[in-house]
Write a protein of this length. Structure first.
Length: 165
């Protein structure tokens, strides 16, 4: 099986303006490289829905990555728009992934119930919203990462079914 590719998409006004260093993107890179993925880039955008949508569409429609992991923009701030951008570009939603992250995170903080994260599929690309904090990113991604590969293999036709031997 070929190495799966992941694009990391950061939603942060202050990160985009280079007023604050992004710490979550490198955490995602570390975890995904440990999982055997090729990181094709870390791209930082402002909290602008149309810009985020355009990047996700480009990546998925050009087949640049089988997985897009986003960080930031999933909270209650008036400018947080990552779930809306994700839902706007996806052809099919995958609600189990953010549901699992929220359920798992509740053992660490009750605030996880405030996450609006979404996940879905566009063409042959899985898109998953992660939290914005490096600590929460690590907790959530280490929990879901071991399972993403199988879903991507089903999506891309590398695996035929979910039955275990």
């Amino acid at each position: 099986m070929k190495k799966k590719r992941v694009l990391i998409l950061v939603s942060s006004d202050s990160g985009y303006r280079q007023e604050r260093e992004d710490l979550s993107g490198p955490v995602i890179r570390e975890i995904m490289e440990e999982q055997g993925y090729e990181v094709v880039g870390i791209r930082i955008f402002p909290d602008e829905q149309k810009m985020l949508e355009a990047q996700m569409i480009q990546t998925a429609d050009r087949g640049e990555a089988e997985l897009i992991l986003t960080t930031g923009g999933t909270g209650f701030s008036p400018r947080d728009c990552m779930p809306e951008a994700t839902k706007a570009v996806c052809q099919r939603e995958v609600p189990g992934i953010p549901e699992a992250m929220r359920a798992y995170s509740l053992q660490f903080t009750g605030r996880s119930m405030l996450s609006r994260a979404a996940a879905g599929i566009r063409n042959m690309t899985l898109i998953v919203n992660l939290p914005g904090s490096p600590k929460a990113v690590r907790e959530c991604l280490e929990y879901i990462a071991p399972h993403l590969g199988h879903g991507i293999e089903i999506l891309t036709g590398e695996a035929g079914n979910c039955a275990r031997k």
